[in-house]
Write a protein that binds this ligand. Sequence first.
Ligand code: SAM
Ligand code: DTB
Ligand code: SF4
Length: 336
Amino acid sequence: MSDIRNTWTRKEIEAVYHQPLLELVYRAATVHRQYHDPQEVQVCTLLSIKTGGCPEDCSYCPQAARYHTNVKVHKLLEVDEVMGRAREAKDAGSTRFCMGAAWREVRDNRDFDKVLEMVKGVNGLGMEVCCTLGMLTEEQAQKLQNAGLYAYNHNLDTSVEHYGEIISTRTYDDRLNTLENVRKSGISVCSGGIIGMGETVEDRIGMLHTLVNLPEHPESVPVNALVPVEGTPLENQPKVPVWDMIRMIATARILMPKAMVRLSAGRVRMTLEEQALCFMAGANSIFAGDKLLTTPNPDVVSDGAMFQILNLKPRAAFKEGEVPVKFEQIPTAQQA
Ligand code: SAM
Ligand code: DTB
Ligand code: SF4
């Protein structure tokens, strides 16, 4: 078995990343087979529960109020509507449901109480429930955990060195602090980043270096390719070569063997063959449905065809193993 450690040096990571491409994919595929069933890919669904009007200045993001994008702003959705969407996602084969809010941070108010209700409800459906709501305190993380939250997504996005070029309204340490609060509460950690934002290869390696050397590896690592959105400062960024995406996925797989490595934003611009190489390199999750949070994503029919052609099967919920499975302990709406 390949070793699991959090003592990786930058030099070691560079050596992994810069191997001849096919050698890198072969090694990642080998590690992948030691820890996962290579035919399984988890199908997840995203829902933007509060869209746009965000006070932050993340330069990739269509939801920042200061940029003029075509995003349709809406306040927090009602619990019933979210439950309907979660049931649809479950019926369509998703096992993880991730709710995103365009907030800088969670505030202790009625909206947060509603989100706690949503978490309880979706958990009661037997899905892995994930949230991405911005910064969190330890107490808020604990409340989410008590409500049945399985995972919390909070991306590092890029390296500490490049971070200031992308976001000025909060710091890298703020991000790490939120991840620590999530970890302390016993919620599974989901953290990754975006490539294609004008970063160097060293920045990509730097981000992986920070992730792998956290006290514990994140259980989930989304790798996003920037979706350039008109009106944002990064609207004219050139598309990243798929080979960069493959190198990122393969390196993340080798560094964090047990993690779910998620082929996240950017699939709309990838062919089936390109996505197949990402799965070969160790990606084992996709977001399904024609919308991510606000931007387009491949439709379920083409993803269904992709699963058939590649003989992939959707992965069941709660297979990470090390995180306590809570949903069975919580009465569902019918039992309560
Ligand atoms: N407001 C919360 C936050 O920033 O943590 C949660 C929502 S935010 C949209 C979640 C993540 O989506 C970001 O951290 C970023 O990694 C990713 N993201 C946002 N816009 C993107 C884009 N245009 N292309 C790729 N990924 C993007
Ligand atoms: C992540 O890393 N990627 C997802 C999820 N975490 C929340 C979000 C991608 C968003 C892409 C831009 C949009 O659709 O607004
Ligand atoms: Fe706001 Fe999150 Fe978008 Fe940043 S990424 S502008 S915090 S919604």
